[in-house]
Ligand binder design. Structure first.
Ligand code: C5P
Length: 219
C-alpha cells in the first residue's frame, strides 16, 4: 500500500447502494465516511434557498465555496437547519446533478472533500472519488446494479410498490440521472481501469460489504 492514501473510493451510479456499503465499511474499519453526493445536494438546495439558478455557474460556485454545511450525528445541517430529509428529494437530486456539471462548482468542492481525510482513514463515495478527489486511494471500487434493481431499492426505501406510474417515474429519473452523469464533460461517471467492479444486482448489503473488506485487506 506504499505511496497510497488510506482511502477506499467507492464510485457508482445513483441508488446503487454506495452510501450503505461505504458507511458500513467505514464503521467496520474505524474510518471516517464521506458522502460526497450530499455536498452536491446541499449546494443545489442552498442555491434554491438563495434563489440562485442551478445554471448560474459563478453564482452557484460562490455558494459552494462557502457552504455553511455540517455533518453531525448522522444528520446533515445547512446553516442552523437539519436538511437531512430535504436533500434526499428527487428534485434536489436532479438539482445536484445539474450543479455537478459546472466545473467551477466541482473545483469549489474539491479541497473540502480532501479535507475529510485524516490519519484515521476515509471511505468516500461519489462519482469521481477515485479519478479526481483521491486518485491515489488504496482501493477503488466501482459499485453498480441494474437500473431496475436500483429503482426497486429506492421505491422500497420510500414505501412505494415496485410497479405502477410512480415506480416508472423513479426508474426514468434514475436512468436520466445516469445518462447526465455519464455524458457530462467534467468528471464523468465511469469505471476506472484500476477499480474493482462490484455489481450488487444479485448481492445483498452484507455480501457487498464483505467483498470490499476482503479487497481492502488484500491490497
Ligand atoms: O450520490 P448522489 O445521488 O447523492 O449524488 C447526487 C448527484 O451529485 C449525482 O447525480 C451526481 O451528478 C452528483 N455527484 C457528483 N460527484 C460526486 C457525487 C455526486 O457529480 N462525487
Amino acid at each position: 500500500m506504499s505511496g497510497k492514501q488510506k482511502v477506499i473510493a467507492i464510485d457508482g451510479p445513483s441508488a446503487s447502494g454506495k452510501g450503505t456499503v461505504a458507511s458500513r465499511v467505514a464503521a467496520a474499519l474505524g474510518f471516517d465516511y464521506l458522502d460526497s453526493g450530499a455536498l452536491y445536494r446541499l449546494t443545489a438546495l442552498y442555491a434554491r434557498k438563495q434563489q440562485v439558478e442551478w445554471t448560474d455557474e459563478a453564482g452557484v460556485a460562490a455558494l459552494a465555496e462557502n457552504l455553511p454545511a455540517k455533518f453531525a450525528d448522522g444528520s446533515v445541517w445547512l446553516e442552523e437547519e437539519d436538511v437531512s430529509a430535504q436533500i434526499r428529494s428527487e428534485a434536489i437530486g436532479m438539482g445536484a446533478s445539474a450543479v455537478a456539471q459546472l466545473p467551477k462548482v466541482r473545483e469549489a468542492l474539491l479541497q473540502r472533500q480532501r479535507d475529510f481525510l485524516t490519519e484515521k482513514g476515509l471511505v468516500a463515495d461519489g462519482r469521481d472519488i477515485g479519478s479526481v478527489i483521491f486518485p491515489d486511494a488504496a482501493l477503488k471500487v466501482f459499485l453498480t446494479a441494474s437500473a431496475r434493481v436500483r429503482a426497486e431499492r429506492r421505491a422500497k426505501q420510500i414505501g412505494l410498490p415496485c410497479e405502477g406510474l410512480e415506480f416508472d417515474r423513479i426508474l426514468s429519473d434514475i436512468e436520466a440521472r445516469d445518462e447526465a452523469d455519464r455524458r457530462r464533460a467534467v468528471a464523468p461517471l465511469r469505471q476506472l481501469p484500476d477499480a474493482q467492479l462490484l455489481d450488487t444486482t444479485e448481492l445483498n448489503i452484507e455480501e457487498a460489504v464483505k467483498k470490499v473488506l476482503d479487497w481492502y485487506h488484500n491490497v
